[in-house]
Design a protein around this ligand. Structure first.
Ligand code: NAD
Ligand code: UFG
Length: 341
């Protein structure tokens, strides 16, 4: 499938940039919109280095209807993939209005302008955080939604808004993708995860400790009811995630009705598993300390990814070792000055 232009909001961010690479490799023409609040315009150069062509790029905020209208007038967009948003759980507790404004208000504004231009194919970045603490694992899409932070609420609210929108106007076809724990980087190391300030997430934090930029990893909790006492998550390689978006887009463009799908590997790994895999990738021991549990963390969750296979023909292919190898490669390139910001 290679027709049409695809709007990618948040396309210079971590997941969006990898998705641009996958889309362009499949022959799609990509139009990126990003306000650069959490990324750098240089990412576009690196996407071009990897793919051999440049996506169209606009610095714009999805909440700004005039800016978005101008972009949409210049292109022939057949579908949008909406990554743009804020994602730090802790920050969302401190400044909830900023999260609702950007994540909920941004999506409403985007849908309005898309509607005006008759663009009614949309893929939305949701999160496994909408499940909160699950009753059982693996977690399937029909599990109850119990988000436990303003960030999680913002994702669940958008899911509801999008369901109501497609109910009101069946021409809308919307794919909601609930990501588990995205990590890793493109194998080139040219793009990756380069969080501003202290990383919140395990893999980028580990990468910085391994590179000597931080003293040690704090392992949050070693008394969970899991085999080694540390938290278990479903880490999914960001390139698998990117390919999942291509499969979802393909399905929507071929006329499949809307869907809500988990994107995860279906495998759970403990914090200690990840530390060991990262040590193997970087070739040396990583200093770790045990620390108290982090507020809001749950002991264990991982996806039931079967619906993604049934509906989209997609499953993750890369393992934890690939995630750590590619994250480390990307970290080394950043440390060597091929800065990602
Ligand atoms: P990211 O911060 O790297 O990328 C988001 C991009 O959106 C950034 O480049 C930022 O500058 C841009 N942006 C933010 N608000 C904007 C706005 N109003 N207008 C235009 N651009 C804006 O984050 P990511 O990890 O790539 O996440 C992408 C999406 O996936 C987010 O919606 C996030 O909530 C969701 N998600 C991420 C994870 C994860 O662990 N990374 C897990 C589940 C869901
Ligand atoms: N952890 C540590 N030390 C750290 C960071 C994390 O021990 O410095 C542990 C956590 O306690 C948890 C595991 O590593 O057991 C994974 O933690 P992350 O912060 O990497 O990921 P979370 O599962 O907490 O949440 C992530 C994103 C959310 C998203 C969710 C989706 O941060 O935005 O995945 O599943 F919603």
């Amino acid at each position: 499938m290679s027709t049409g232009e695809i709007l990618v909001t948040g396309g210079t961010g971590f997941i969006g940039s990898h998705c641009c690479v996958s889309l362009m490799k499949q022959g799609y023409r990509v139009v990126v919109v990003d306000n650069l609040s959490n990324s750098d315009a240089g990412v576009i150069d690196r996407i071009a280095s990897i793919t051999g062509s440049r996506p169209a790029f606009y610095i714009a905020d999805v909440r700004n209807a005039d800016e978005m209208d101008r972009v949409l007038r210049r292109h022939d967009i057949s579908a949008a993939i909406h990554f743009a948003g804020l994602k730090a759980v802790g920050e969302s507790v401190a400044v909830p209005l900023r999260y609702f404004d950007n994540n909920v208000g941004g999506t409403i504004a985007l849908c309005q302008v898309l509607n005006t231009h008759g663009i009614k194919r949309l893929i939305f970045s949701s999160s496994a955080t909408v499940y909160g603490a699950p009753d059982r694992v693996p977690v399937a899409e029909d599990a109850p939604l119990r988000p436990a932070s303003p960030y999680g609420h913002s994702k669940a609210m958008v899911e509801q808004i999008l369901a109501d929108l497609s109910h009101a106007d069946p021409e809308w076809r919307i794919g909601i993708l609930r990501y588990f724990n995205p990590a890793g980087a493109h194998e080139s190391g040219l793009i990756g995860e380069s969080p501003r300030g202290t990383p919140n997430n395990l893999v980028p934090f580990l990468a910085q400790v391994a590179a000597g930029q931080r003293d040690a990893l704090n392992i949050f909790g070693n008394d969970y009811p899991t085999p080694d006492g540390t938290g278990i998550r479903d880490y999914i390689h960001v390139m698998d995630l990117a390919e999942g978006h291509c499969a979802a887009l393909e399905a929507l463009l071929q006329g499949q009705p809307g869907f809500t799908v988990n994107l995860g590997s279906g495998r759970g790994h403990s914090v200690l598993d990840v530390v060991r895999a990262f040590e193997a990738a970087c070739g040396h021991a990583i200093p770790c300390h045990h620390a108290p549990r982090r507020a809001g963390d749950v002991a264990e969750y991982y996806a039931d990814p079967s619906r993604a296979m049934t509906l989209l023909g997609w499953e993750s292919r890369r393992d934890l070792e690939s995630i750590c190898r590619d994250a480390w490669h990307s970290q080394c390139r950043q440390s060597n000055g091929a800065s990602q910001r």
